[in-house]
Design a binder for this molecule. Structure first.
Ligand SMILES: [Zn+2]
Length: 209
């Protein structure tokens, strides 16, 4: 599979001939960067088969950037506010939304779904879901690849959970190294430094797993 990081906290996943945008058509907020203009253009010219959004925060989703897709009815859009109860199947790939709790306590009523994508491999896309809620979930298919924000690797407890859950972890939501006032890079590197199962792509970078 290929995973391209399209913004601070979003990615374009290509697996089994199916492309799925997972968040990442969005604005920036604070230190977290928006989708670059060239990626916005590419995504529109070569629209993903499905666009899926975990929640309605500006660093994950932009109503304005989705307008052309909605106007032309270009592709199915899952979320963030009118998410179908059931998932969908495209080719040999199924996408299942899983209600999950956003990190932090400031917006307890925020609607948030993570996505499980199953094809020849299983991928979990966490969005901004709090990490430790997955610890005792035995009802979900086990992922080979976890795509998750920095909070899945910046504490020992979260990193242990991530490692026990998935073989490989693709970490998103880290800012630029030279604009990191909260010390997020330092926290991740002191927790998970040297881990061979950890991937941290730059915005625009595509990794093959
Ligand atoms: Zn959020």
């Amino acid at each position: 599979m290929e995973i391209q990081r399209t913004a601070n906290a979003g990615a374009l996943l290509k697996m089994d001939g199916v492309s799925i945008l997972l968040d990442g058509l969005c604005d920036g907020i604070d230190i977290y960067l928006p989708t670059p203009p060239d990626i916005i253009d590419t995504l529109l010219a070569d629209a993903p088969d499905v666009l899926a959004f975990t929640h309605n925060h500006p660093d994950h989703y932009s109503e304005a950037l989705l307008l052309p897709y909605r106007k032309q009815n270009l592709r199915p859009i899952l979320g963030p506010e009118y998410l179908p109860v059931e998932g969908m199947r495209v080719g040999d790939v199924t996408i299942t939304p899983v209600p999950s709790r956003h990190i932090g306590k400031t917006e307890p009523d925020l609607v948030h779904h993570s996505f499980i994508i199953e094809g020849s491999q299983c991928v979990w896309f966490m969005g901004d879901a709090a990490p430790l809620q997955w610890k005792n979930r035995t009802d979900l298919p086990k992922p080979e690849v976890l795509i998750a924000p920095y909070a899945y690797a910046n504490t020992k407890a979260a990193w242990e959970m991530s490692g026990s859950l998935a073989e490989k972890v693709v970490l998103l939501h880290l800012p630029q190294r030279n604009n990191d006032p909260y010390g997020l890079w330092k926290a991740v590197e002191s927790t998970a430094n040297g881990a061979t199962n950890l991937y941290i792509p730059k915005i625009g970078e595509t990794i093959t797993i």
